[in-house]
Write a protein that binds this ligand. Structure first.
Ligand code: FES
Ligand SMILES: [Fe+2]
Length: 432
């Protein structure tokens, strides 16, 4: 569908001119300004490919989950033809939310207001007393649910409202190589519905953190070393920053003290990955990243219950306003992992990165505070320091694609994230 943005006000344009990503200058106001938020909805969330679900959440025909793209509610449903569609969860009659459940299986959705009925592929097939009320005058085919462009990569389902957006694979670019490690290393599944909780934070703060901020682990998460979860406060220092284009960023932590996945799955990994990907997986210590704008992921490993075990999580930072998000987090695991490894990995995930996890709690304290401190008269003149790793040169001594920088304590990915963000908000040719 054609997406048009409301032009930015002169005042906002002037405020945006203070942002200089390459110099490492990011003003505070962008984390709470309502006008910035409205522009983001128009220029980013209505245009970019957004993560909506993992394919394993809707394995059978008729399965559906309800999600949001930006602030618009959507239904993600698998039709009888096996295809996954993403449709605006808004009735074409008067705008009521059609499906009010979080998940289920249905061949049809009936609007609670006047009873219009749609198939799970979005066709309007029933209008109560249609002939009596409308006569022959109404053409139902004109009033199907609004459909988003939908595609998936490595089981990750994305959708966009923008007919002009490039194909998903092109949008993801070099990120696909890393998504293979994350979600394509074996047949994967998410366990249960996502955990959901709200946080008084701007969506960009966690997105930026997962793309770029390994430095905070040294201090924010130092206590995890004290209780023996991590080997030392510096455990997340070694590795690489990878700028994967379009604002995407991933940090590859390597080497690992030992293999962090289930040994029994090595032959499976070898079948699913290219040799150079497998070689990296063998020495992987951790891997956080963000697919621009608001889908993050993390492979992490901790000492837990006397074992060293990794877990894989997917995170959606769903904007609910300039200063509020709903966090969705999914535990992703190899479908054929040994059951006891799966159970231990899931427990480690919940203990560390679930809604009340020891890492999540510390992170959310930072993000909610920064959001609060980004408003008010003084904050209008405050800029933050994003200069770490400025002047660093990319390295070629790495097997994966993208622009790669050595060392995980860096802010190169954050600068790339905000460059992309600024270009989109300013409407400077989003898909060139
Ligand atoms: S609003 Fe849905 S049937 Fe009227
Ligand atoms: Fe953190």
């Amino acid at each position: 569908m054609a997406v048009t943005a409301v032009p930015l006000s002169a005042g906002l344009r002037q405020r945006l001119s203070a942002i200089r990503p390459e110099e490492g200058v990011i003003p505070a106001f962008i984390f709470s300004d309502p006008e910035v938020y409205r522009a983001e909805m128009d220029t980013i969330f209505a245009r970019c490919w957004l993560f909506v679900a993992h394919e394993s959440e809707v394995p059978a025909p008729g399965d559906y989950v309800t999600r949001a793209m930006g602030e618009h509610p959507v239904i993600v449903a698998r039709g009888e033809d096996g295809r996954i569609r993403v449709m605006l969860n808004v009735c074409r009659h008067r705008g009521m939310r059609i499906c009010r459940a979080d998940l289920g299986n249905a061949s049809h959705f009936r609007c609670p207001y006047h009873g219009f009925t749609y198939t799970n592929t979005g066709d309007l097939i029933g209008i109560p007393y249609q002939r009596e009320i409308y006569g022959e005058a109404i053409d139902r085919s004109r009033f199907g649910l609004i459909q988003a462009r939908t595609d998936s990569y490595a089981g990750l389902v994305f959708a966009t409202w923008d007919a002009d957006a490039p194909p998903l694979r092109e949008y993801l670019g070099p990120m696909t190589w890393y998504l293979d490690l994350l979600a394509g290393r074996a047949a994967m599944e998410v366990v249960g519905p996502p955990h959901r909780h709200e946080m008084a934070a701007n969506w960009k703060l966690p997105a930026e953190n997962f793309a770029s901020d390994a430095y905070h682990t040294l201090h924010t998460h130092a206590s995890t070393a004290e209780i023996g979860l991590t080997p030392s406060p510096r455990w997340a220092k070694d590795g690489y920053h990878v700028q994967a284009g379009n604002g995407h960023g991933v940090m590859v932590g390597t080497p690992a003290p030992r293999f962090i996945f289930a040994e029994a799955l090595l032959p499976t990994f070898a079948r699913h990955l290219r040799p150079e990907q497998l070689a990296l997986l063998r020495t992987l210590a951790n891997m956080p990243g963000t697919v621009f704008p608001n889908f993050s992921f993390l492979i992490s490993a901790v000492s837990f219950k006397g074992r060293f075990v990794s877990h894989t999580g997917l995170y959606q930072w769903q904007p609910l306003g300039p200063e509020r998000i709903e966090v969705f987090s999914w535990f992703l695991v190899e479908r054929d992992a040994p059951p006891e490894w799966k159970a231990l990995s899931r427990e480690a995930f919940i203990f560390t990165f679930g809604p009340s996890g020891v890492f999540s709690q510390d992170d959310s304290e930072n993000w909610t505070n920064i959001t609060r401190n980004s408003r008010g008269p003084l904050a209008r003149h405050l800029s933050f320091l994003y200069e770490m790793g400025k002047g660093a040169r990319p390295t070629r001594a790495f097997p994966g694609p993208g622009e790669v920088y050595e060392g995980k304590y860096s802010e190169v990915n954050a600068r790339a994230f905000y460059r992309r963000w600024l270009d989109l908000v300013q409407g400077d040719g989003p898909w060139t």
